[in-house]
Design a protein. Sequence first.
Length: 472
Amino acid sequence: MTVKKRKLKKSFKIGILCLFIVLFIVVGIKAVNLFGNDKEPDKNMTSYITKNIIDKKENAVIKISYPTFGYEEFDKMIESAVSEKEREFIQEVIDTREIAPDLIGELVIDYDVFKTDSLISVHLLFSKYLGGANYIQENKSCYFDIKSKKVISWEDLFEDPNDALRQLSSLSLKQLKNMDADLWEEKTMLDEGLMDKKENFENCFLEDHGMLILFPIYQVGPRSSGNIWIILGYDQVNSLLKKDYQGAAPLVKNESEKQEGERNLRDVSELQDKKLVALTFDDGPSYQITESLLDGLKERNAKVTFFVLGSRAEQYKDVVQRAYMDGHTIASHSYDHKNLLNLDAESLAEDLNKANKAVLDATGADPFALRPPYGNYSQEVIDASKMPVVLWNVDTEDWKNRDAEITYQNIMDHIEDGSIILMHDLYGTSVEAALKLIDDLADQGYAFVSLEELERLGRISSDADVISGFKN
Ligand code: NI
């Protein structure tokens, strides 16, 4: 009995041990797999985390988006920068509430990713509102060396950081003057903003066209100038950069060739009997994503509408220009995505004018319509914009799901004649979904049209105050 018991006990023990070994191997393989995936993230960076909190209890609206790349050290760095700002903001809201109990604070954390073969640069943009007329903006830059798989610092980009600062200072001044930017008139203020110290040039990012530098509001120009972006070609900055980060000099663009020629518009009579859908893209433009979308639309002879941010239209002027020349409608999504309901009359007018000017500079035409950020508008916004407020009736939530299949399905579930579909030309997944949609629905009598085409067809009127669909 006891022997048998002991034997049983022994075989039980061996069984448990075997089970553990098997488990260990399975978990081990899984872990290796996961780890392996970590080491080789998707080159196109389709993996993102987007957090969206609307926290009524704390009397605050918080919208947070940030990227993750599958590089642990880099992801942690970005995440901790984001959560630190979030904690800081919530504390500020709690403190402010004692003085202003009705205040609804707002925190928006957004980002840009810039990539070359050797480097990922991330720009984190923190925008917060704690009452008053102004938003407070802060920026942070993070860098990751793709070859060594290590987080690097701003200084690591340069052969000699101090020398680079002196060069960047004079190169930037030259570029700002070339651009005809609205700079501080007072020389001491401009000198201060361009002095060769790191704080003045720490928002710099590398991408295929060269080095982008962001001068946040007030640094080199008055408030009305907003954030100013410049781009310095690799022919100018290669000598400052470490060899690994140098790039090919940008293609020389033939400005006159781009300006000339007719806009590629369609004869709308061919659309008369079709079921019409307006695809609309907010928050852009961006280089690679918007350009790949434009290529795909051209191939398919589809027209869409871009609700661009004025700040980005300034930065990616050539992309806006191309979209316009390809026959798409360019509309405004405000200057830099503030909740327009939080702006006083003067700031509102200033914001809208700056956005309109950015579109005018890129296309030679005024924007066709306004889509206020978050769809938030009032009679005051309608009056100030002097153009129709265009909303949407199908929300793809593409910014949240960042998944081509889900985005596509969200559209397919709701699409009909008269749909205005909200998307964003910031994500490869959105472009993929849009192009698949156009391909799949071509045989079902659908045509994809711009707002201008809808007006020419008499389905919408640019005299309308608010447009949220165009059902016959
Ligand atoms: Ni938006």
